[in-house]
Design a binder for this molecule. Sequence first.
Ligand code: HEC
Length: 136
Amino acid sequence: MKFVIVMLVLSLSMFAQDREREELKKVMNSFASAMELIQHGILHNNIDEMNKGAKMLRTDDESFLESHGKALIRHMPENPEFAKAYAKRTGEKIRSYADSLDEQIGNRTKSYSKISATYTHILHECVGCHQKIRKR
Ligand code: HEC
């Protein structure tokens, strides 16, 4: 009986872990689509695509990376505090760059070099976290 309960608890917690991971991956894939749209917009002078991409970078949940903390920490169990703090900081940076993108896209002069520089800053944040925290 004890064995059955232990197995049940174990499989429930594995199920919860899978769900958290899938949710994090959903956010990540939406980020990736946003970045593709922005890049396509830059290369095709398409303001609508850039706007749509910048909007997609903001999730409804202001602290999206922190709220996926459990799934993130699993990539860095040896230093969970660092993982959380890093996720918080990167989340804030990505949001602030998304604000800059809005401003630059809305600006009359439409400086594509400024817009693409901001795009590159965002990409650095993505890659930075993948290199530091993502383990697979
Ligand atoms: C704070 C850390 C962090 C930041 C910032 C971050 N990622 Fe990720 N990303 C991860 C982790 C961790 C995974 C691995 C998720 C897993 O498979 O468990 C991941 C996975 C992914 C994947 C693969 C998803 C899949 O279905 O396997 C894509 C695509 C991705 N990220 C895109 C992005 C983009 C684009 C950005 C920037 C706009 C970004 N990420 C920013 C941590 C981050």
